[in-house]
Design a protein around this ligand. Structure first.
Ligand code: CA
Length: 85
């Protein structure tokens, strides 16, 4: 229980220090939403990159599907099957 209290105290202290630094203008918060602008930019960048990685993984998935079909064609050719177009 004491650990929980200590953790909450540290988080509270951190929030107070952060709020004071933002009020003093040391940490920028142009839209006054109590979230540092640099953190907002970082989150935005992470979202952008995550979306890009997701799209690339989709490409890899599609490529693997094509590869699976091509490997099946090799198996078919070994067995004397005709080439599909
Ligand atoms: Ca902000």
């Amino acid at each position: 229980m004491e650990i929980v209290t200590l953790v909450l105290a540290v988080i509270g202290l951190f929030a107070i220090v952060l709020a004071v630094l933002m009020k003093m203008g040391i940490i920028k918060d142009k839209n006054s939403n109590m979230i540092p602008d640099e953190l907002e930019q970082l989150i935005s960048e992470i979202k952008t990159r995550t979306q890009a990685v997701k799209l690339e993984l989709e490409d890899v998935k599609n490529s693997l599907s094509d590869l699976k079909k091509q490997l099946g064609d090799i198996d078919n050719a070994v067995k004397g099957g005709r080439r599909r177009k």
